[in-house]
Design a protein around this ligand. Structure first.
Ligand SMILES: *[C@@H]1O[C@H](CO)[C@@H](O)[C@H](O)[C@H]1NC(C)=O
Ligand SMILES: *[C@@H]1O[C@H](CO)[C@@H](O)[C@H](O)[C@H]1NC(C)=O
Ligand SMILES: *[C@@H]1O[C@H](CO)[C@@H](O)[C@H](O)[C@H]1NC(C)=O
Ligand SMILES: *[C@@H]1O[C@H](CO)[C@@H](O)[C@H](O)[C@H]1NC(C)=O
Ligand SMILES: *[C@@H]1O[C@H](CO)[C@@H](O)[C@H](O)[C@H]1NC(C)=O
Length: 276
């Protein structure tokens, strides 16, 4: 057990240790749209000490400084000094207006407390500046009706953006992994489209009440999150069920094993349905 005096000593050491600058954190959005206004935040705990300065850098260049002992406390520097909104900037935040691509990059906040510590702590953050896609992704499927064992072929193309949207697919709400599709980027000046080609083999349990739902998810960070949904219908070999083969679990498996007449039946159904 510690006696009372050693507890006091420990308490004093702990108090000295925590009485200083600590816990610096930045809040910088991962991505913002071109032309928007963004506030970067730098939080810190001075404990019982005074603030000497807060400095903001983009890359190596300082662009904002807040020194409470100076009049005025705020100084701005560099190529985007004019885009800093001084009325919405202070010891914890700096507000940038009309954000353009040159504002994308690595930011750092540097906080220094006053005499006698002059202790400095630094935190970093990265911000992307984005040209958002205008509109929704477009899905094109090869055809509307599919039988079990067939391969669905679909393409999803996103409107142009910078950076290019990420595309994923899901079938009946289950996300597919990238072995089922490939994506290409189609260039278009500074913006580009993502073209994602899906190939998905239909199995026994793909259809729910004769329906299959395919969704293309397009995303540019958290700023643009859009889905395009397509519903496909089951091509039922209806005559086949009369002949009893529908009950066999492998009827629709690999098509090369399917009897020829089954394919004919399927093709007939297709023809019939196109005349409906
Ligand atoms: C550090 O700051 C964060 C956010 O302001 C706060 O949640 C946390 O409790 C702080 N930690 C300490 C040790 O002060
Ligand atoms: C998907 O795109 C590829 C390549 O651009 C094309 O060859 C194919 O026909 C398209 N498929 C559909 C279903 O439109
Ligand atoms: C992707 O899906 C296929 C079949 O759908 C599966 O065999 C494969 O293990 C999956 N890969 C990953 C990385 O999840
Ligand atoms: C493409 O980007 C460059 C630099 O980022 C810019 O100077 C140019 O104007 C842009 N072109 C278009 C068509 O937006
Ligand atoms: C696309 O996805 C990758 C991997 O998840 C991620 O690192 C990247 O930031 C995403 N890009 C966009 C534009 O959302």
């Amino acid at each position: 057990m510690l006696d009372h005096s050693s507890e006091l000593v420990i308490l004093k050491i702990v108090t000295m240790y925590v009485n200083g600058l600590q816990n610096v954190s930045v809040d910088i959005p991962e991505a913002v749209a071109v032309g928007s206004t963004v506030t970067l935040t730098c939080l810190y705990d001075l404990e019982k000490t005074e603030l000497y300065a807060v400095k903001w850098y983009k890359g190596k260049a300082e662009f904002y400084r807040y020194v409470p002992k100076e009049q005025p406390p705020i100084s701005v520097f560099g190529e985007f000094a004019d885009d800093i909104d001084l009325t919405r900037s202070d010891r914890h935040r700096v507000t940038l207006t009309n954000v353009m691509h040159n504002l994308g990059g690595k930011y750092r906040c540097e906080v220094t407390n006053d005499y006698p510590d002059f202790h400095t702590l630094i935190k970093y953050g990265y911000m992307h500046v984005v040209n958002l896609p205008q509109g929704i992704p477009e899905v094109i499927v090869e055809k509307q009706r599919y039988a079990i064992g067939e391969t669905v072929k679909a393409n999803c193309t996103t409107p142009p953006s910078n950076p290019t949207a990420n595309v994923t697919w899901s079938v009946n709400g289950l996300l597919l992994n990238s072995t089922n599709f490939k994506t290409l980027k189609l260039d278009n000046d500074n913006r580009s489209r993502t073209h994602a080609e899906l190939e998905f083999e239909i199995s026994q349990d793909s259809f729910r009440n004769g329906r299959l739902q395919i969704t293309c998810h397009a995303k540019v960070f958290q700023l643009y999150v859009k889905d395009a949904i397509v519903l496909l219908d089951e091509e039922r070999p209806r005559l086949a069920s009369v002949l009893g083969t529908r009950d066999s679990p492998h009827t629709g498996g690999a098509s090369m094993h399917a009897p020829k007449w089954l394919c004919v039946v399927a093709a007939t159904n297709l023809l019939l349905s196109s005349f409906r």
